[in-house]
Design a protein around this ligand. Structure first.
Ligand SMILES: Cc1cc2nc3c(=O)[nH]c(=O)nc-3n(C[C@H](O)[C@H](O)[C@H](O)COP(=O)(O)OP(=O)(O)OC[C@H]3O[C@@H](n4cnc5c(N)ncnc54)[C@H](O)[C@@H]3O)c2cc1C
Length: 432
């Protein structure tokens, strides 16, 4: 099945893989190819970390079986192509929830492990990898390794956040988190300026399991809404329907005017009951607001878009975040979706995991070519000066030198890379 074009979420128009392959059957070894291989989960990474231009992609979604679920202990065993959405459908009615979830539920278990994803509870729960009890790693030499914190612990650490390069994760064992209902009690609070954000966020992280802020980065002084949440006992109906962007429009629908209108409307939204607002909602709109609009990435048009997600250590966070927001405002290239969150001190199990104790800022930018790349150079300089780093799952252009400087684990990691495996991202940041 060569040739069908797999893409990444940013639609930046990468050349496609030479071939797309599946595991011939579950027990089999990896297919033999002349080109390099890369596992492809559900393509929810924004850039080339999930792409292998000129090489082969191994479709993992076919590994979609649940293997075991203990409703007493919350231990789930499933194949790596299972989506978080499928897991939620199984476990929520039985009183369990994912220990960590990213902002979309259309992510595979293998993809969640390989990018060691984080969520709105990072300040308390750490990253996804902290809740993985073990997995099986299949290598191109036909070996299958059980990996856990105590068995092949070095392979476990290399493969969590291992960007799909250490082999194929075939199945994984996850520890889930108990819940009493399917709802989230949400407290939305407005802030104006970063000082206010840091003050109310510090408090929210003590008082709430989840916290994340949306910011309007076009406003002269950054303003936004901090959304804190906790699991609630109520069971309420899931929202019905949803919208879809059926086609990619010929031009990006995101421009200064539409951004200003969106941001002003969001910030100024008249909430019933005034501010701060408190409501109990189904878990989906709280964790996955964008999942309600199918293919929303198409609104950026045929040139696609970049996401720029950084984390900077806490000591430098106030200053570096302020500088980045000022640089973005000055460039006139506003971000439609700007998310600000502090990450906690729990160390990630992975050798190349992104999270570090600090503040993460994630912004989407329509691809305008040179001016957009120029802005990123300025942002890179701020992140590097603050000893921060960028998230591979969202990246499509960071310079190799920046990756190697900011992910010191890369040298130790190299010895775990399967000799048959590669990705567009890896060749780019290793400059080979
Ligand atoms: C709307 C949206 C919101 C998001 N929010 C967040 C967020 O809040 N936090 C966060 O951390 N991320 C977030 N992400 C990013 C997303 O969680 C990650 O990119 C995730 O890794 C995508 O998983 P996937 O299954 O689509 O894998 P892909 O994107 O297809 O692949 C990701 C990586 O996993 C590897 N891989 C996939 N399957 C396997 C396997 N079976 N064995 C070994 N390696 C494998 C691939 O080679 C690749 O390196 C978001 C993405 C979107 C689109």
């Amino acid at each position: 099945m060569a040739g069908s074009a797999r893409s990444a979420w940013g639609n930046l128009g990468w050349p496609s893989a030479a071939a797309e392959l599946r595991l011939p059957d579950r027990a089999a070894a990896l297919p033999v190819t002349d080109t390099s291989l890369l596992p492809y989960g559900n393509g929810r990474s924004y850039g080339d970390v999930c792409l292998n231009p000129g090489g082969s992609l191994l479709q993992m979604r076919g590994l979609d079986r649940f293997i075991a679920f203990d409703a007493e202990t919350g231990v789930l065993v499933c194949e790596a192509g299972v989506l978080l959405a499928d897991i939620l459908a199984l476990i929520v009615p039985r009183g369990w929830f994912l220990p960590v979830t990213p902002g979309t539920r259309f992510v595979s278990v293998g993809g969640a492990i390989a990018n060691d994803v984080h969520g709105k509870n990072h300040h308390g729960a750490g990253s996804f990898g902290a809740h993985v009890r073990g997995f099986e790693l299949l290598r191109s030499d036909g070996s299958r390794r059980r990996c856990s914190p105590t068995e092949n612990a070095d392979w476990f650490a290399a493969s969590i956040g291992g960007l799909g390069l250490t082999g194929v994760i075939t199945q994984a064992t996850l520890q889930l988190r108990r819940i009493a209902g399917n709802s989230i009690a949400v407290r939305n609070q407005r802030f104006v300026g970063l000082d206010e954000f840091f003050a109310i966020n510090a408090r929210a992280e003590i008082e709430h399991e989840y916290a994340v802020a949306w910011i309007d980065c076009l406003a002269g002084t950054p303003r936004g809404v901090l959304m804190a949440g906790d699991h609630a006992d109520e069971t309420i109906a899931a929202p019905r329907g949803g919208k879809n962007v059926p086609l990619t429009p010929p031009l990006s629908l995101i421009n200064k005017a539409s951004l200003h209108a969106f941001n002003a409307a969001y910030y100024g939204k008249p909430w019933p009951g005034g501010w701060p607002t408190e409501q109990t909602v189904h878990y989906q709109p709280y964790f996955y607001p964008l999942d309600a609009i199918g293919n929303w990435n198409r609104i950026y048009g045929p040139r696609g878009f970049y996401q720029y997600q950084s984390v900077v250590p806490q000591a430098a966070a106030r200053e570096a975040t302020g500088e980045m927001l000022a640089a973005i405002a000055a460039s006139g290239q506003g971000s439609f979706l700007a998310v600000l969150k502090t990450l906690g001190a729990q160390s990630s199990p992975g050798l190349l995991s992104f999270p570090m104790a600090g503040t993460t800022l994630a912004l989407d930018f329509p691809n305008r070519g040179a001016p957009t790349l120029k802005l990123f150079e300025r942002l890179d300089a701020i992140v590097r000066a603050a000893s921060g780093r960028l998230y591979a799952a969202k990246d499509a252009r960071m310079p190799g030198a920046m990756f190697r400087e900011t992910y010191p684990g890369w040298q130790a990691f190299q010895s775990f890379v399967d000799p048959k495996f590669s990705s567009g991202f890896w060749r780019r940041v290793m400059e080979k």
